[in-house]
Design a protein around this ligand. Structure first.
Ligand code: NA7
Length: 554
């Protein structure tokens, strides 16, 4: 392995920094990044906009919020001791348990003393001369760091659609992605929920029995299937502990970070009777198994997908008492997995509660929000509380709002005006020493698994730079273009998420670009191995304290 020659910056000099590594975001990725960077001997600081630990799992504390990936596969796997000492009570943990877990991790690894809360980043400006970032926060702090790691998450900017009169509502309004920490008293209230994505369909059954009346405003019905959550029994807890290494290995080999076994048959290999028996097994399987373990051609063969949809439609009709409500709940404009499939507990059953009603916004669109409630083509319905379950500015939302300015003052939002361009979903050209694990192009499936891979790579990279005396790292435009093209090309091969926020489709004016990692973890691992094996040839590395000519990267 040959070390690359340094690329020298004329006239630059090292400047004292407050910390080597500044992490933004105390979510699952940021916590792990803080831990790894400190463990590697860097001075560290983490800034977090929220008042506590958890990121997405801090803000999304609405009733019914829970994992829909298995708890033990979504949690940290870097420490066997941590895994063994934490017992997840359910296969799919609910938000309070997740928040407790993340706080436990922070305290167990003594990370809290490196964290500052209620600190929203207002600007992050790169200084070319010194190769450092100066980051300012809403509470007036300014921090200079050598490396800026923005672990700001993909679901961290709640999205409110432009509905006239939204601010005129006289009752209380809450977005699921900004749910207050103090409990919201829903008892006896007339409540509206707008939106039936993964959040909406979790909150609806969770509150249906508590409120006086619940009205659901649905623009697009979703293909919801049961989460099939269950307590983790003592025998299962013991098995999980005993199988820790094997489970981690299996997760690492899986395409998207799940344990679900892949099926080996295509839909029409089986007779109709066998197909429907198999669909019944799928219906009763946990969470994402409906996607990961289903027939191999489910996403690619229209007829296959249509039959699975027909099966789900039949289930909806059999659960929902009122045929008209059932009709409205059956999607008629997209196939399974063209939107992110939600997994539910008691969702369709909730519509059998006489206090729950459904408004189909295709038939009667919202005209405006009035002081007393919501006006549709049918008139005004009055409410005490409106819940906006209307999603997020996904993927890039937080990063383009941070005031990030790279080389030559390049604004990240300008660089990404036509959609994100990244290498490994971690680097972007023009932004030396900036890393954004868990951001656009990072994951597609079990996010913490991919994001952890990215954190491990980033930490190794920081150590590599330190060991060789490099101060800055910037990805070459060719590598950025190649990775971005791989993402876009891969995304076009499947209809997965094509009607969803995965392409930014929910935010008017947002470029229609794939925001997940269409290559899966194996491609990410291979690309990382290639970077390391080729001595970071896809990068421009500099030693800012040395002056001299600029050789080409090796
Ligand atoms: P989603 O999945 O983006 O869902 C947002 C929902 O809000 C969806 O049903 C939208 O309907 C609806 N929406 C958006 N704008 C409007 C307007 N103007 N009127 C009515 N309804 C509207 O966000 P979630 O929070 O549910 O889930 C995000 C992720 O969180 C999820 O994938 C998990 O990873 C956890 P549309 O379908 O656009 O017609």
């Amino acid at each position: 392995m040959t070390s690359p020659e340094p690329v020298h910056e004329q006239g630059s000099s090292r400047l004292a920094t407050d910390v080597d590594v500044l992490v933004v975001g105390a979510g699952i990725t940021g916590i792990y990044q803080l831990h790894r960077a400190r463990e590697a001997g860097f001075s560290v600081l983490l800034l977090e906009a929220g008042g506590g630990v958890g990121g997405t799992w801090f803000w999304n504390r609405y009733p019914g919020a829970r994992f829909d990936s298995e708890s033990y596969t979504y949690a940290y796997l870097f420490s066997k001791e941590l895994f063994e000492e934490w017992e997840w009570p359910e296969h799919f943990a609910q938000q309070p348990e997740i928040e407790r877990y993340l706080n436990h991790v922070v305290d167990r690894f003594d990370l809290r003393r490196h964290m500052q809360f209620d600190a929203t980043i207002t600007s992050a400006i790169y200084d070319e001369l010194s190769g450092t970032w100066t980051v300012a926060t809403s509470n007036g702090a300014e921090v200079r760091a050598r490396f800026l790691i923005a672990a700001t998450g993909v679901l961290s900017v709640p999205w409110f659609p432009h509905v006239p009169g939204r601010d005129e509502f006289g009752g209380a309004s809450y977005h699921t992605g900004m749910w207050p920490a103090t409990p919201v008293d829903l008892a006896g209230k007339r409540v509206a929920v707008i939106g039936t994505g993964s959040s909406g369909v979790q909150v609806i059954p969770a509150i249906a029995g508590e409120v006086a009346a619940l009205t659901v405003y649905q623009r697009t019905a979703n293909w919801c299937t049961p989460l099939n959550n269950a307590p983790i029994l003592p025998g299962e807890q013991a098995r999980l502990r005993a199988d820790f290494e094997a489970m981690r290995e299996r997760l690492n080999r899986s395409m998207h970070g799940f344990l679900h076994r892949r099926h080996d048959r295509a839909t029409f290999d089986d007779s109709r009777a066998d197909r429907w028996a198999f669909f019944e097994t799928m219906w009763n399987s946990p969470g994402f198994a409906k996607l990961n373990s289903n027939y191999t051609d489910l996403l690619l063969d229209h007829a296959a997908n249509a039959e699975w949809c027909e099966f789900i439609a039949e289930k909806i009709r059999s659960i929902v008492d009122d045929p008209e409500t059932a009709r409205k709940l059956i999607p008629n404009d997209h196939r399974f997995a063209e939107k992110r499939p939600p997994f539910v507990t008691g969702y369709y059953e909730a519509y059998n509660n006489p206090d729950v009603s459904l408004v189909d916004l295709v038939e009667t669109p919202i005209v405006r929000i009035a002081a007393s409630g919501i006006e549709t083509a049918d008139g005004v319905r009055e409410f005490d509380i409106v819940v906006w379950a209307t999603g997020f500015d996904f993927g890039t939302g937080a990063l383009v709002r941070m005031g990030i300015r790279g080389r030559g003052g390049l604004a990240l939002e300008d660089h990404w005006a036509d959609g994100p361009t990244t290498f490994l979903g971690i680097h972007s050209t023009g932004f030396p020493n900036l890393f954004f694990p868990g951001g656009p192009h990072a994951a597609a499936g079990n996010n913490p698994r991919y994001n952890g891979d990215q954190v491990d790579y980033i930490t190794d990279t920081l150590v590599y730079l330190r060991d060789r005396g490099y101060d800055t790292i910037e990805v070459d435009p060719a590598a950025e273009a190649e990775w971005t093209e791989m993402i876009d090309t891969g995304a076009a091969l499947s209809p997965f998420g094509e009607r969803s926020y995965f392409f930014g489709a929910n935010v008017p004016g947002k470029p229609r670009k794939y925001l997940l990692n269409s290559g899966g973890r194996p491609k990410l691992f291979a690309a990382i191995a290639d970077v390391v094996g080729s001595d970071y040839k896809a990068f421009r590395l500099t030693r800012s304290s040395v002056s001299g000519p600029t050789p080409s990267p090796v």
